[in-house]
Design a protein around this ligand. Structure first.
Ligand code: ATP
Ligand code: MG
Length: 243
């Protein structure tokens, strides 16, 4: 057990009722790093994030974060510990304003209003677009702005680990660039991030360490640049992008 590991997973198993999806995940993510989960469709990446946020029960193995055993904890306890999930599809409250959506992220915290104000200002400093649009209904935001709002809401939960499922899906290259820059700056400020990103080049470029999943198992892991240079990984996941 190591306190510097923001995630320490040993033989983690989970699934949906009778259907087992994760068959014993071993993974170590270091505090202060960006860790990427990559792998083909249906590999179990989203399922792993759901298990880590307590949305589906863990059926076996161990889930430890900074020395604390979260294996049997509820979603609320896991959130209170600071493991925060930004789900695929963003799930904003469309009729509510951007600022109210952000404040929803802090709903479970017992934070004072001065503290909330400071955290909101931090989110707005990371995503200046959101400050401009703070009073606008979330449904009227562009796709990229919605993703910023979803990440901002995650930040309002005071994460120790920010888990983002599908950062770039459906977004233009320019917006993806802005989001990547925002994640780099959050990470430079010390934020630990677990990232699922279908564009493997972006994922491996951005992360310190990546875990490659296939059929509910981790099949490879290594530094991002190491995997990016690995012919087997290039063949399997980078296909047409090879020069
Ligand atoms: N609610 C569910 N009930 C039953 N099976 C599910 C459910 N959600 C996902 N699965 C199954 O779990 C497996 C892993 O799915 P998961 O969504 O975790 O993959 P993924 O790696 O996130 O894929 P993608 O890259 O397409 O998002 C798939 O076979 C999927 O059909
Ligand atoms: Mg998924």
């Amino acid at each position: 057990m190591t306190d510097s590991l923001i995630l320490e997973l040993k033989g983690l198993r989970a699934g949906y009722g009778e259907i087992q999806v994760l068959w014993g995940i071993d993974l170590a993510a270091h505090r202060g790093e960006i860790t990427a989960l990559v792998g083909s469709n249906g590999a179990g990446k989203t399922t792993l994030m759901r298990a880590l946020s307590g949305l589906i029960p863990i059926q076996g193995g161990h889930y430890i974060s900074e020395g604390r055993d979260l294996t049997d904890d509820s979603a609320a306890e896991i959130l209170a510990h600071g493991i925060v999930h930004v789900p695929e599809g963003r799930r904003l409250f469309g009729a509510m304003s951007v600022e109210d959506n952000l404040l929803m992220g802090a709903y479970a915290r017992k934070a004072r209003s001065a503290e909330l104000r400071r955290d909101l200002d931090r989110v707005y400093a990371t995503f200046p677009k959101l400050r401009e649009r703070r009073s606008q209904a979330a449904a009227t935001l562009s796709g990229g702005e919605q993703q910023m709002c979803a990440i901002g809401r995650g930040l309002m939960s005071a994460p120790r680990l920010l888990m983002i499922d599908e950062l770039s899906l459906g977004l233009s290259p320019l917006l993806v660039e802005q989001l990547v820059a925002a994640l780099k700056s959050l990470n430079a400020g010390g934020m630990s991030i677990l990232l699922i990103e279908q564009d493997v080049t972006i994922a491996l470029d951005l992360c310190h360490r990546a875990f490659v999943m296939d059929m509910g198992r981790v099949v490879r892991s290594g530094a991002g640049e190491e995997l990016l240079a690995d012919p087997v990984i290039r063949d399997a996941y980078l296909g047409v992008l090879q020069e």
